[in-house]
Structure formats: C-alpha cells, structure tokens
Design a protein around this ligand. Structure first.
Ligand SMILES: Nc1ncnc2c1ncn2[C@@H]1O[C@H](COP(=O)(O)OP(=O)(O)OP(=O)(O)O)[C@@H](O)[C@H]1O
Length: 314
C-alpha cells in the first residue's frame, strides 16, 4: 500500500507554541505547544472537553487563535489559509458529508479540485468502498461514512493530515485497514496529527503522544517513554476476582498484591525471576493462565488515568 506524497518542506510540518483559544469565558486551549515532524504520527489524547478539537480547528484555519502561534508547513493557517488548505487533508468528527451526492462522484469532484490527486478508484478499493461507489453518501453506514471521510482527506495527496477520531464507530477490520493506510502514508512522509479515545490505537500507531487536559499539555513523549516506570512492579492479567492472599503469603515479606482493574493484577515489590515463578505457579495451582506479564512498565491506560483522573467529564 503506498500513498506517494508531495516534496517535503523544510522545518517541522506543524509547530504550535503557546496556543490559546477561548469561547466567551471558557478557555478551551490554554497555552498548548506541540510539534509534528514530516513522516511522523502524533496522537493528541485527553478527556471529553480537553480542547483537542479546538486545537485542530486552529491548525486547520477554521478558528483564529486568541494567543500563541500556529504554523503548518511554515504558514499561518488562519492568515494564509489559501496557501495551507491545498496541502492538508482534514477529517472531522461526524464526517461532515451528508450529501445526496454519490460516493464516487464526491471523491472524483475532490480529486478534480486538487493539483496532484490520488486516484479515487484506488482509494475506494483500498478503503473497501468499491461496492458503494454509486451509493448516496447519506445512505452509508456509520463505518462506511468514516472511511469515505478518510478517503476525502487523503485524495488531495496532503503533506499533513488532521484527523479527529478517524476510527470512531469502525469495526475492528476497518480499524486495522485504516491503521495500515495511515502507517503507509506516514512512511511516505505524510505528517499525521490525530485525536482518539482508543489507547490501543495510540500504542499501535503513534510516534509521539500528547496528553491534554483542561486545554494544557499534561504529558508528552513516545508511548514507550510515557509507560516506562522506575519501579520493578509486576503486572499481569488473569481471571477476575482471584483471592490473592495465598500469593501474598508465598512472596517474601514486603510484597503487596492487588487487583487494579477487572482481571488486572499489580505485584509491588522488588520483583526478580523468583517472583515471576511464584506468580505463575500461584496461577497454575488455580488452573488460570496469566497473560500480559510486564515488569517495570505501566500501561498507557494507567498513565492516562493517573494524569487525567477517573472522573467522567460533563
Ligand atoms: N463553539 C464553541 N462555543 C462554546 N464553547 C465551545 C465551543 N467549542 C468548544 N467549546 C468548549 O471548549 C471546550 C473544549 O472543547 P473541545 O471540543 O475542543 O474538546 P475535545 O477535547 O475535542 O472533546 P471531545 O473528546 O469530547 O471531542 C469544552 O468545554 C467545550 O464545551
């Protein structure tokens, strides 16, 4: 799979420095900075209302920043939107394409507006939309509409892709297809900034992760950097609700064991190979298969919840 890109400009694809965006008394984005390099994928994640879409709006040139600077391919997307728009691909939440136009017509139209488009028929094939080429867009299923949205973002062969929850509502097959397509685009030099609530998607795809909350960056780094832990704690997955008292009894003094979420266990202490053996033999005695054994590494889920809390946002 290949999505040949246009010649690469110097400098970062996207540079955001101290971005602020307000709606009346609400500060949606509060001094946010990030950088996106050519041929890389950055995942912008955070709770509902954290300011992700507001940030994308400023990057796309839909909204004017109230403070800070935003550059896309070295240009100001608000003041120089005519120069920026032909070089970017955008996929917003809810697709935005409710037209009576047919799938193939819409993609052909967009291709004709672009100087170096990808072949629409190729995109429809790759995204599994060939069967619905003649279908009116408003008749598409949610997942098909999402895939068309991505095709529309890609058809102009953009240098930078902005994707707001691109795989929301997709079945696992379509999600893997999109992951492959985005990986191919990145390998061809496309810079991709996406928002998502799916942390497995982040671990699969992202070169860098930017976690935002209340409009501010609360952590940034590669998935490996963010999940690295200085402790030697052991984590594993097994049957939910196991009585861990016998395991604690079998471990040396000072060890603690608890179930942190359903079926996910944390063994805290100075873990060594003997500890791992004790854990696996404890599971074996119960006839339970432990999986996802990890020492000295937290999951992205744990890091995310630690930084942004467990409270549901209103
Ligand atoms: N047009 C608007 N007018 C007033 N307030 C807005 C507007 N757009 C966004 N907001 C507010 O700004 C804050 C940030 O919203 P934003 O949509 O950027 O968050 P988000 O991180 O994309 O959330 P989600 O994950 O739910 O998509 C929220 O408090 C939201 O209610």
């Amino acid at each position: 799979m290949t999505t040949p890109s246009r010649p690469r400009a110097d400098g970062p694809a996207v540079a955001v420095d101290g971005l602020t965006r307000r709606y009346g008394s609400t500060t949606a984005v509060d001094g946010l900075s990030l950088q996106l390099d050519h041929g890389s994928l950055v995942a912008l994640i955070g709770p509902n209302g954290a300011g992700k879409t507001s940030t994308l709006d400023c990057l796309i040139g839909f909204a004017r920043p109230d403070g800070g600077t935003v550059r896309v391919l070295g240009l100001d997307p608000w003041a120089q939107s005519a120069a920026v728009r032909p070089q970017i691909g955008v996929m917003l939440q809810a697709g935005g394409a409710q037209a009576a136009a047919r799938v193939g017509e819409m993609l052909d139209l967009l291709a004709r507006c672009s100087a170096h488009p990808l072949h629409p028929a190729w995109l429809l094939d790759v995204l599994g939309l060939r069967e619905v080429t003649g279908t009116p867009i408003r008749r598409l299923s949610g997942g098909q509409a999402q895939r068309l949205g991505l095709a529309m973002a890609l058809v102009g062969r953009p240098a930078v892709l902005f994707l707001d929850e691109p795989t929301a509502g997709m079945d696992p097959q379509a999600r893997h297809l999109v992951w492959d397509l985005l990986s191919a685009a990145r390998a061809d030099g496309v810079a991709i900034l996406l928002t998502t609530h799916l942390l497995d998607e982040v671990e699969q795809l992202a070169d860098r992760v930017v976690i935002v909350d209340h409009g501010r960056v609360v952590a940034a780094g590669s998935p490996a950097e963010l999940t690295r832990s200085s402790s030697t704690d052991l984590r594993f997955t097994a049957a939910a609700g196991m009585d861990v008292a016998p395991l604690i009894g079998a471990l040396p003094d000072g060890f603690a064991v608890r179930e942190t979420s359903r079926g996910r266990y944390l063994v805290q202490g100075d873990v060594d190979p003997a500890t791992v053996a004790t854990v696996t033999s404890f599971c074996a005695r119960l006839g339970v298969m432990p999986s996802d054994l990890e020492v000295g590494r937290r999951t992205l889920d744990e890091v995310y919840l630690e930084l942004t809390g467990r409270e549901v946002r209103r």
